[in-house]
Design a protein around this ligand. Structure first.
Ligand code: 5AD
Ligand code: SF4
Length: 440
C-alpha cells in the first residue's frame, strides 16, 4: 500500500473557519490524505484565511512566500488558499503568487476533492462561486472516527445585514440556513462519536430559518429539537445579532436546561449616531432593554460582545457612550477591535479617525473590559458550576474543562476523564482560569 498523502491546514479567523477546516480535512481524507502538524512533510498545504480585519490579504501573501523553498524541494507539493481571502481575491491570488495551485471560496469546499485531482494533472483549480446546494451535505465525513467532547456545527452561513464596516456579506454571501433534519442528523453522528457539547455556528446564527417538517424553523425550535438528542448535554450558539433575538430564543435561555448560560451578542458601539452610520439598525437603548429581558429569563447568564473603536467620524463623546454601555452591561468576555478599512465597504469612503486616537480608545476600552471580565471570573469563587472536561492539564492528575459560563476550570486528583461532566466547587481564580474541586 502506498503511503498516505499528508495535508497541512492552517486556519485563521473565526470558529466557522475551524469547522470548515475540519470538513475540508475530512473531504480530502476520502482521497487518502491524513493531517500533519507541519508544512515540511505535507503533500498539500491549505491556508484557510480570514478577511475580516487588518491587511488580511497581505498576510496571506507573505505566508505563501515562505513556502517557496518547500515547493522548490518538492515539486509535487500542492498549495491552496481557502476562506474569505480566497473569495475576495479569487484569481488575483494565482496571478500574484504563482506557487498557488488551488483557490477555493467558502461556498465551494464540497468541490475540493475534484479540484485536488485537477491540480495533480498539473493544472490550476479555482472555484469561488456561490452554488445553491448544501455544501456540507456533499462533504461526507469519514465514518465514525472518535472525537473530542466538544464540536462546532454550522447551521447557517452568510449575512444580509450589511454593516457598513463588514466584508462578510460579500465574502460569505447572502444568508442561507441548512435544513433542520440534516443538522439533527449531523448532531446525532457527532454524539455517536463522543461529542457532548455542540456549538451551533452561523455569521447570523439567530437569523436561522431552516426548513423543518412544518415549514421554516427558528433557532429556538432547532435548539428544542437538539435538546431531545440523547447523550448531547450542552448546546451553545454563536454569533447572534441583536435584531434577531426572538422571544422564543430568549425564553429558551430560561427553560432549556441544555442551553448554556452564555450569550455572544455583539453591539459594536454605544453611540446611536455611530450605530446608525454602521447600519446596525438597533440603538444603545434597545440593546440594553434586550439584555434586561435576557437576564430576566436567565439571571446568571454571562454576556459577551464585540466592539469596534475608531469607526469613521467617532468622536470622544461617541466613544464615551461605548464605555457607558460597557459599564452597564458588564461583559464576561468581549472582543474589541480598532476599525480597519475594508475596501469595497461603505465605511471605507468616510473620514477616518486619527490612528493614535483610535489606539488610545482601544486601550481604554480594553482596560474596562478586562476589569469586568476579571470581576465576573472572581465572583465564581465559592460557587458550584458544572464542568465538561476537555483535556488533561499540565500537571499530574490535572484535568481542564469548561464551566457552563465558558470559564476554563482546572481540577486536580479528581479521577475525571475527558468527556465527563462533574459538579465542581470553585476554590480560586487565576489569571485566565478557575481552579476547583469535584463535589462527590
Ligand atoms: N474593522 C474592525 N473590526 C471589524 N469587525 C468586523 N469588521 C471589522 C472592521 N472592518 C469586527 C466586528 C465583528 C467581529 C467579528 O469583527 O466587531 O463583530
Ligand atoms: Fe458583518 Fe454585520 Fe453581518 Fe455581523 S451582522 S457578519 S458584522 S454585516
Amino acid at each position: 500500500m502506498s503511503e498516505p498523502k499528508k495535508l497541512y491546514i492552517k486556519t485563521y479567523g473565526c470558529q466557522m473557519n475551524v469547522y470548515d477546516s475540519e470538513r475540508m480535512a475530512e473531504a480530502l481524507g476520502g482521497k487518502g490524505y491524513v493531517e500533519t502538524k507541519s508544512p515540511d512533510d505535507a503533500d498539500m498545504i491549505l491556508l484557510n484565511t480570514c478577511h475580516i480585519r487588518e491587511k488580511a490579504a497581505e498576510k496571506v501573501y507573505s505566508e505563501l512566500g515562505r513556502f517557496k523553498g518547500l515547493k522548490a524541494e518538492k515539486p509535487d507539493l500542492k498549495i491552496g488558499v481557502a476562506g474569505c481571502v480566497a473569495q475576495a481575491e479569487g484569481q488575483e491570488i494565482m496571478r500574484r503568487q504563482p506557487l498557488v495551485d488551488l483557490v477555493v471560496g467558502p461556498q465551494s469546499y464540497h468541490r475540493l476533492p475534484e479540484m485536488e485531482a485537477k491540480t495533480r494533472t498539473g493544472e490550476k483549480a479555482l472555484d469561488t462561486e456561490f452554488p445553491e446546494e448544501d455544501k456540507f451535505e456533499k462533504l461526507k465525513s469519514r465514518p465514525k472516527a472518535k472525537r473530542g467532547p466538544t464540536a462546532f456545527l454550522t447551521v447557517q452561513e452568510g449575512c444580509d445585514k450589511f454593516c457598513a464596516f463588514c466584508v462578510v456579506p460579500y465574502t460569505r454571501g447572502a444568508e442561507v440556513s441548512r435544513p433542520a433534519d440534516r443538522i439533527i442528523r449531523e448532531a446525532n453522528e457527532l454524539v455517536e462519536r463522543g461529542v457532548r457539547e455542540i456549538t451551533l455556528l452561523g455569521q447570523n446564527v439567530n437569523a436561522y430559518h431552516g426548513a423543518g417538517p412544518k415549514g421554516d424553523m427558528t433557532l429556538a425550535q432547532l435548539i428544542w429539537e437538539l435538546d431531545k438528542v440523547d447523550g448531547l448535554e450542552r448546546i451553545r450558539f454563536t454569533t447572534s445579532h441583536p435584531n434577531d433575538m426572538m422571544d422564543d430564543l430568549i425564553e429558551a435561555h430560561g427553560t432549556c436546561s441544555k442551553l448554556m448560560p452564555y450569550l455572544h451578542l455583539p453591539v459594536q458601539a454605544g453611540s446611536d449616531k455611530i450605530l446608525k452610520r454602521m447600519n446596525r439598525s438597533h440603538t444603545a437603548e434597545s440593546y440594553l432593554k434586550l439584555i434586561e429581558r435576557i437576564r430576566a429569563a436567565r439571571p446568571d447568564i454571562v454576556m459577551s460582545g464585540d466592539f469596534i473603536v475608531g469607526f469613521p467620524e467617532e468622536t470622544e463623546e461617541d466613544f464615551q457612550a461605548t464605555l457607558d454601555l460597557v459599564e452597564q452591561v458588564k461583559y464576561g468576555y468581549a472582543y474589541s477591535f480598532k476599525y480597519s478599512t475594508r475596501p469595497g465597504t461603505p465605511a471605507a469612503e468616510r473620514p477616518q479617525v486619527d490612528p493614535a486616537e483610535a489606539d488610545d480608545r482601544l486601550q481604554r476600552l480594553q482596560a474596562m473590559i478586562t476589569r469586568h471580565q476579571r470581576e465576573i471570573q472572581d465572583s465564581m469563587v465559592g460557587r458550584e458550576v458544572s464542568v465538561l472536561f476537555e483535556k488533561a492539564g499540565r500537571f499530574d492528575d490535572q484535568m481542564v474543562g469548561k464551566s457552563e459560563y465558558l470559564h476554563a476550570v482546572h481540577v486536580t486528583g479528581s479521577g475525571a476523564e475527558i468527556g465527563d461532566i462533574a459538579r465542581v466547587k470553585i476554590v480560586s481564580s487565576g489569571a485566565n482560569s478557575l481552579a476547583g474541586e469535584v463535589i462527590r
